[in-house]
Design a protein around this ligand. Sequence first.
Ligand code: APR
Ligand code: ZN
Length: 242
Amino acid sequence: MSKFKEVADRIKSSSYTVVFTGAGMSAESNIPTFRGRNGLWSKYNPMELATPEAFRRDPYKVWEWYKMRMEIILNAEPHEGYYIISKWEEKGYVKRVITQNVDGLHYRSGSRNILELHGNIFRGRCISCWYKVHFKEAPSEIPPRCPFCNSLIRPDVVWFGEPLDTETISKAYEEAARSDVFIVIGTSGVVYPAAELPIIAKQYGSTIIEINIEETPISVYADYVFRMKASEALSQIDKYID
Ligand code: APR
Ligand code: ZN
């Protein structure tokens, strides 16, 4: 029996399938990943752009980079793999999507039970009064200012050295433990605490399915590994999901 059919049968017979995604899930939507060939961190220094210290030092430079990324994402479209995941959610197979991505593509492609571990690039928050703003497009004036207290607005994403939202990560741990199928797509599995989720799922007896074009620390304990692009693997599996 083909591995695709085996995995499709496992998903159909599952009681709680969870999908866990990283930047590789958006690579085929032309949104750059962070690591690997042409990754963002091979061109930019994260310590100058994705830390609270960097923002304190030069908020304009940080916003220039986020504005550029927002524009790339606004011009991007979710690929077929995204729509397969939201269809599996509609059919009741996928109970939760946990993503490290801040691009909002899971929501745009119809998924609704989403946990955004690292925030969302289209949300900003005031550094003083925590007022939240939602950006429909990249802010024209950067750095944007709070309409209430005029302090700086920062991207509402998790930077290096910052804790994740406690409620979000605890919920994600719960979901990983509760899952009986845990599909890991397009993550290098090196950034914690997110990288702990597949390990927790495994410890609680979940079937681990990895979809990634390269080997990762997750591969060694995955029950199924599809060494291929996200949209290809998802559409092959979807052929057997009625
Ligand atoms: N299909 C499947 N996997 C892919 C594809 C693709 N088309 N293209 C790339 N990949 C894989 C790469 O092999 C790599 O393992 O996606 C992974 C991307 O890894 P990273 O760029 O490290 O992204 P991610 O794991 O999401 O990073 C985690 O690090 O910088 C922080 O906050 C940032 O959320 C991010 C976190
Ligand atoms: Zn404010």
